[in-house]
Design a binder for this molecule. Structure first.
Ligand code: ATP
Length: 365
C-alpha cells in the first residue's frame, strides 16, 4: 500500500509572517495522523501544502519518496474534505460523488459502480438523487468524504471536517469516519483544533504551536507524557507546579520544594539532581480529594487546602482547591463518593493526595 507523506523542513511565509516554520514530519501510509493546535498555528497551511493549494517558501513535500512540492493539485493523488463541505449545489449527491471520476474520463459503468460503492460506504444510498440543499450537515459532509474518496487517492486530507456540525453529530460522524478509515485503509491527514477529536481518531498526533511542531506521538504519549507546558495545557487540563529539587531519595524518586505549596515527592521520569528547577504537570483526574487527612505512609503526597469552587459535570465533579499560593483543580468521578455522602463542598477544608508517579516532569515550560 502506498501513501507515505513527508514534509521536509517546510516553511511558509505570508508577507513577513511565518505561518509554518521548518516543519519536518513523516505520515506513514494507512495511518490517521492529526495536526492539532489552536487557531492560527499553521495546521491548515501545512495541509494546503500537501494538497498543492500553497507552495512552501522552503523545504519539500514528498509522497512515497517522490518530490511533489511543485506539482499542481489536480496531478496529486490526494483529495481534500473541507470544513464547509464545498459541494456543487447544482449537482445531486450521486453527481457530486462521481464528479472527479467524470473529469478523469472514466466510463459510465465504472462511475456508476464506484459511486454506488461510495454511497454504501457513507450510508447515503437512499439519498443518492437528492440535491445538497436537501441534506443535513452530517449528510453533506458524508457526501464530501465520499466524493474525496471516489477516485482512490493515496492520502485523504481532512480540514476540520466536523467543525461545522453540532456536538452529537460530530461524535457520530467521528465514529463513522473511523469505520470508513478501517474500510478504505488509506492515509488520513486530519486537521483539527479539537483535542477530543484528535485523541479519538488518531494513530499519531502532532501538536502545533506558532508554526512549529511541539510534540509528535500517539494519543496516550501526548496526554500522559507531554514535553512542554503548551502541550500539557492544550491536551486536557493540568495543574503546573514549579520548584526545585532538594534531595535525591532513591534512583526513582526525589524530593522537591514547591514554593507556596510545600515539599513533594517526584518521580524521576527525567534525570534530575538536587538544585535543578522542575516543572511538574499534575492532571486533575490524578488527584484524590477528601475531607479526611490521609493516613501516614499511604500516599506519596498530601496537601491541605480549602475548596473555592465546585462544578458538577454529570459524570464527574471538578473542585478548585486553594493550597497555599496554588489554586489546584481536582476531578473526581462520582463513584469515588458513592458509599457515603462525603463529597466536599464549597468552603470545606480538604486534603489533596497523589502518588509521585501521577505527576509528570516537563522538559520545557
Ligand atoms: P484555523 O484553525 O483558524 O484555520 P490554522 O492553524 O489552520 O488555524 P492557518 O490557517 O494555517 O492556521 O493560518 C496560519 C497563519 O497564517 C494565520 O495567522 C493566518 O492568518 C495566516 N495565513 C493563512 N493563510 C494566509 C494567506 N493566504 N495570507 C496571509 N496570511 C495567511
Amino acid at each position: 500500500m502506498q501513501g507515505t507523506l513527508r514534509f521536509e523542513n517546510v516553511t511558509k511565509r505570508f508577507g513577513g509572517f511565518t505561518a509554518v516554520d521548518q516543519v519536518t514530519l513523516e505520515i506513514e501510509h494507512g495511518k490517521v495522523f492529526s495536526l492539532l493546535g489552536p487557531s492560527g498555528c499553521g495546521k491548515t497551511t501545512l495541509l494546503r501544502m500537501a494538497a498543492g493549494f500553497e507552495r512552501p517558501d522552503e523545504g519539500r513535500v514528498l509522497l512515497d519518496g517522490r518530490d511533489i512540492t511543485l506539482l499542481p493539485p489536480e496531478q496529486r493523488p490526494v483529495n481534500t474534505v473541507f470544513q464547509n463541505y464545498a459541494l456543487f449545489p447544482h449537482l445531486s449527491v450521486r453527481e457530486n460523488i462521481g464528479f472527479g471520476l467524470k473529469i478523469a474520463k472514466r466510463s459510465k459503468a465504472e462511475i456508476t459502480w464506484e459511486v454506488d460503492r461510495m454511497l454504501a460506504l457513507v450510508d447515503l444510498t437512499a439519498h443518492a438523487d437528492k440535491m445538497p440543499a436537501k441534506l443535513s450537515g452530517g449528510q453533506k459532509q458524508r457526501v464530501g468524504i465520499a466524493r474525496a474518496l471516489a477516485n482512490k487517492p493515496r492520502v485523504l486530507l481532512l480540514d476540520e471536517p466536523l467543525a461545522a456540525l453540532d456536538l452529537k453529530l460530530r461524535q457520530r460522524l467521528l465514529v463513522e469516519l473511523d469505520a470508513i478509515h478501517d474500510e478504505v485503509g488509506i492515509t488520513f491527514l486530519y486537521v483539527t483544533h479539537d483535542q477530543g477529536e484528535a485523541m479519538s481518531i488518531s494513530d499519531t498526533i502532532a501538536v502545533m504551536n506558532r508554526g512549529k511542531i511541539e510534540q509528535t506521538g500517539n494519543p496516550k504519549e501526548i496526554y500522559e507524557t507531554p514535553r512542554t507546558s503548551f502541550v500539557a495545557a492544550f491536551i486536557g487540563d493540568t495543574n503546573f507546579l514549579e520548584g526545585r529539587v532538594t534531595e535525591s531519595v532513591s534512583e526513582r524518586f526525589s524530593r522537591a520544594e514547591i514554593p507556596g505549596l510545600g515539599t513533594v515527592l517526584i518521580d524521576n521520569d527525567k534525570p534530575v539532581r538536587p538544585g535543578d528547577r522542575i516543572h511538574l504537570s499534575l492532571r486533575p483526574e490524578k488527584l484524590i480529594i477528601s475531607r479526611e487527612k490521609p493516613s501516614n505512609g499511604q500516599w506519596d503526597n498530601s496537601v491541605p487546602g480549602t475548596v473555592e469552587d465546585v462544578i458538577y459535570f454529570g459524570s464527574n465533579t471538578r473542585y478548585w482547591v486553594r493550597c497555599g499560593d496554588y489554586r489546584i483543580c481536582a476531578e473526581q468521578q462520582h463513584r469515588t463518593f458513592q458509599l457515603d455522602d462525603t463529597a466536599p463542598s464549597w468552603g470545606d477544608a480538604v486534603w489533596l493526595r497523589w502518588h509521585a508517579n501521577d505527576g509528570y516532569l516537563l522538559e520545557q515550560y
